[in-house]
Design a protein around this ligand. Structure first.
Ligand code: GAR
Length: 194
């Protein structure tokens, strides 16, 4: 069984999709949901599912390196095979990404390599894109730039706002991330498109 830790900062809808997919003969199981924000909505959803939770508030640490060292130490306690970033809104330094190299997945709300960073939906609307989507990729020291493992595409509608587009992309994320995770824990890493 592969041990999957999930890092969140907010509502945790992707965490829920991942956790709820790891049942039956799925080769993964969630072993920890960790938030860098106390009171993040996803924590209660993890507790409801009987998953161990932890809060490591980045604000309690002097700098990024101290926070990441504490994060690695907390993760080491659950010995994860895979770490899924699921709406985890902290940039990670190479020290951290090297420590867990090849084991960290992230979901990003754009069709990478378009729109790394923040405000992805506003940028897609501004550019007049006909399609938007989400990407699951391996995390390296370069922000939102690691090898792509899967993408989900959705249409952009003429009357879309950031909110309506984000909601449509999020539905795609909830199908994409569990599908990529299932393949990843089985050792199948050919890119998937949905
Ligand atoms: C998701 O749309 C995810 O792709 C995005 O945050 C949202 C989290 O929602 N992640 C990023 O922007 C990472 N840079 P959730 O907490 O409901 O899963």
């Amino acid at each position: 069984m592969k041990r999957v830790a999930i890092l969140i900062s907010g509502g945790g809808s992707n965490m829920v999709a991942l956790a709820d997919s790891m049942v039956g003969d799925h080769p993964g199981r969630p072993v920890l949901v960790l938030s860098n924000v106390a009171g993040a909505g996803g924590l209660a959803k993890a507790e409801d599912r009987g998953i161990e939770t932890a809060v490591l508030a980045h604000r309690d640490f002097g700098d990024r390196r101290e926070f990441e060292r504490a994060l690695s130490a907390r993760l080491e306690k659950v010995a994860p095979d895979v770490i899924c970033l699921a709406g985890f809104m902290r940039m990670l330094t190479p020290e951290f990404t090297d420590r867990w190299a090849g084991r960290i997945l992230n979901i990003h709300p754009s069709l990478l390599p378009k729109y790394p960073g923040l405000n992805t939906h506003a940028r897609a609307l501004e550019a007049g894109d006909t399609h938007a989507g989400a990407t699951v990729h391996l995390v390296t020291g370069d922000l939102d730039a690691g090898p792509i493992l899967g993408q989900a595409r959705v249409p952009v509608r003429a009357d879309d706002t950031v909110e309506t587009l984000a909601a449509r992309v999020l539905i795609g994320e909830h199908a994409l991330y569990p599908a990529v995770l299932a393949r990843f824990v089985r050792g199948e890493v050919a890119p998937l498109s949905m």
